[in-house]
Design a protein around this ligand. Structure first.
Ligand code: PXP
Length: 247
């Protein structure tokens, strides 16, 4: 099981103080140093979300990570023409297409591939032609998986937010939804990733979901890094993932 480390919150913290003075010699924390620490801690890929409002990650962050960090880069972005142009110039290893609303604090809910199918076709096609693997960040719903496959996306990232925020019977139901969606994606020959809200105490339940090959985790790693440092926080997550018996 691979671990993709999402470092958006490093940029969020930097922007809290330095958004209006990014040229200042005092800017901190450094996105690049966080990516280096994640690499040392055993990250298998680095994820960053360049939002259209550039509220946390800046274009220069993405280019610096692309240039300096010898790990696959997963760019999360909204599926619009401007972001497509940016992705084509950055040329990350993967692009994960996510829904983006200005008012949300973080990505809430998966991309509705069925509802936005026609707008998604040219974006997925252009990225695929450029040799960038496309992943669709979707709710664990077989219809969304099937629509993603029709688009020609080789990967889906299943949204684990409902799973993460549920408990008891509801949590068991959410594991079932994730498992059915993952099963359908695997039948269609797609790679299956998962992410959002995942924390170490949830890994055992999540390990019952078949076909997962990568987890994308950000918030809890960065929160833990405040106490034990980024490298140690990534290493701790890797060890917890490896301690599971993945279905
Ligand atoms: N995957 C996607 C597509 C996301 O948008 C996010 C949140 O930015 C994550 C994974 C990571 O979620 P978290 O920060 O809750 O671990």
């Amino acid at each position: 099981m691979n671990l993709g480390v999402n470092i958006d919150h490093i940029a969020t913290l930097r922007q809290a103080r330095y958004a209006a003075m990014l040229d200042s010699p005092n800017t901190e924390p450094s996105v690049l140093d966080a990516a280096r620490a994640a690499l040392k801690g055993g990250a298998d890929s680095i994820t960053l979300h360049v939002r259209s409002d550039r509220r946390h990650m800046q274009d220069s962050d993405a280019f610096a990570v692309r240039r300096e960090i010898p790990l696959p880069l997963n760019l999360e972005m909204g599926a619009d023409e401007l972001m497509l142009g940016f992705a084509l110039s950055l040329h990350p290893d993967y692009v994960c297409l996510v829904p983006e609303k200005r008012e949300e604090i973080t990505t809430e809910g998966g991309l509705d591939v069925l509802a936005h199918y026609e707008e998604l076709v040219p974006v997925v096609d252009a990225l695929s032609v450029a040799g960038v693997k496309v992943s669709m960040f979707i709710d664990p719903d077989e219809k969304q998986v099937e629509a993603s496959a029709r688009l020609g996306a080789p990967m889906v990232e299943l949204h684990t937010g409902c799973f993460a925020n549920s408990a008891g019977m509801k949590r068991t139901e959410e594991v079932g939804r994730l498992a059915s969606a993952a099963q359908r994606a695997a039948e269609l020959g797609m790679e299956v990733h998962a992410g959002h809200g995942i924390r170490i105490p949830m890994l055992t339940e999540l390990s019952r979901v078949p076909h997962l090959t990568e987890l994308n985790i950000g918030h809890t790693i960065v929160a833990r890094a405040l106490v034990i440092g980024m490298e140690a926080a990534v290493r701790e997550m890797k060890a917890a993932i490896h301690a599971q018996n993945w279905a």
